[in-house]
Write a protein that binds this ligand. Structure first.
Ligand code: C6P
Length: 397
């Protein structure tokens, strides 16, 4: 794919094969240009000035809100710009727990990324809340029968990932939403890995909140999204305080702006939001369903090839998102990724910010390859060759 300038570069004299898309994706020309144009042509703060540049910047920024809303089938007022998935989830952990009582319960799963676990854990400690975790089956899917038993009238919040960044498991959000709502609880979805891969329709999923990051969907770092149902956002207390999120301030008290502005304190990451708009345009032009089929095919092919290697264990279910985590018997994951790197292949190794899940899997670290719109079968063939070579080196052959 030649609209990603970085893919032309060499790594140790080899063509770059970028298989670390779950960590962050590369950026197409259209995203780079959109951000460059903003700084070159109409750099100004948003929502404040009444000069032409400020007006142009505000229009561009707000247009992206509409784009994001359409992209996930929400309303514009339901889209809050944050820094990242992590910030969106911190916002929710803080604001949603403000009105909870001691011993109220939050349900998470053992497959959560630290950013959907640590914030809840910290707030639970501060407010005397109880966290319960949904376990997984040996194939990496959630034990939904246990989840049904954990759900009670004490459950106030259920927060889980849509697509696990380690196992690739795609959780059945629509089905979970029905159960969660039947107990009057709130459903939060971490969609960091699913938004770049599959069509997301928040109305169909019927989640209450959904969080994702721009940089995993071919957009820039430094911009994230928090979707929330408007009626719920209106009641939710703000997380950050300062300029732009206020209606009126006196020396004694402050009233807050309407949603979504109530949640966007201070100067936002304007260039990054504009870059996110270009990334959505890119995804729409490529067609998210075509991207999904392409990545599914690559994943299926890579799984088939990886399963031919005797000393290798793959984690997660057969039907999965576009990523594969695995270990090699008696070989440290970092040694493999370091050797792959020498062949120009970017992969990731370690705990992948999901330590509790790795403890469940009984491993200290895994090697992960994750696919994007620009990857090809030829790249996977090269990766498998390089991996076999690396295993031989690690085994002293
Ligand atoms: N996972 C990975 O290599 P941020 O860093 O805020 O953009 O995204 C956090 C996050 C939240 N949830 C899930 C499911 C994720 O995968 C991530 C980011 C990267 O797996 C970086 S650790």
């Amino acid at each position: 794919m030649n609209n990603f300038p970085i893919l032309k570069r060499q790594v140790y004299g080899n063509k770059l094969i970028y298989l670390d898309n779950a960590a962050t994706t590369q950026k197409p020309e259209i995203v780079l240009q959109a951000m460059d144009n903003y700084y070159r042509d109409y750099n100004a703060n948003v929502h404040r000035g009444i000069h032409l540049l400020a007006e142009e910047a505000t229009v561009a920024y707000e247009k992206v809100r509409e784009q994001v809303a359409k992209f996930i089938n929400a309303e514009s007022e339901e889209i809050i710009f944050t820094k990242s998935t992590t910030e969106s989830l911190n916002l929710l952990a803080y604001s949603l727990t403000q009105n909870l009582k001691k011993n109220d319960e939050i349900i998470l799963t053992v497959m959560e990324h630290h950013s959907n676990l640590v914030p809840w854990q910290q707030l639970a400690k501060q407010r005397g809340l109880v966290i319960k975790y949904v376990p997984i089956k040996t194939n990496g899917e959630l034990k939904l029968d246990t989840f049904n038993k954990l759900l009670t009238k004490k459950t106030k919040i259920v927060s889980l990932t849509h697509l696990s960044n380690v196992l690739g498991t795609i959780n059945p959000i629509k089905e979970i939403a029905k159960k969660v709502h039947s107990f009057g609880a709130t459903l939060v979805v971490d969609a960091a890995q699913s938004v770049p891969f599959m069509q997301i329709d928040v109305k169909e999923l019927n989640c209450d909140y959904l969080a994702f990051s721009g940089h995993k969907m071919y957009g820039p770092t430094g911009v994230g999204v928090l979707y929330g149902k408007k009626t719920l956002l209106e009641k939710l207390p703000p997380f950050l305080y300062g300029g732009d999120m206020i209606e009126k301030v006196t020396l004694k008290e402050t009233t807050f702006n309407t949603v979504p502005y109530k949640f966007e304190a201070g100067t936002p990451n304007i260039a990054e939001v504009i870059g996110l708009g270009a990334a959505i345009k890119f995804l729409q032009e490529e067609n998210i369903n075509t991207i999904k089929s392409h990545e599914e095919e690559l994943t299926k092919y890579a799984l088939k090839e990886l399963n031919k290697i005797n000393s290798l264990t793959v984690y997660g279910p057969q039907k999965r998102g576009p990523l594969i985590s695995f270990t090699i018997k008696n070989v440290h994951p970092h040694d493999i990724t370091a050797l792959l790197d020498k062949d120009g292949i970017a992969s990731r190794a370690g705990h992948l910010c999901a330590m509790p899940l790795l403890q469940e899997l009984n491993v200290d670290g895994v090697i992960r390859v994750s696919f994007g719109v620009y990857n090809t079968k030829e790249e996977i063939d090269f990766f498998i060759k390089s991996l076999n070579k690396a295993i031989k080196v690690c085994n002293g052959n």
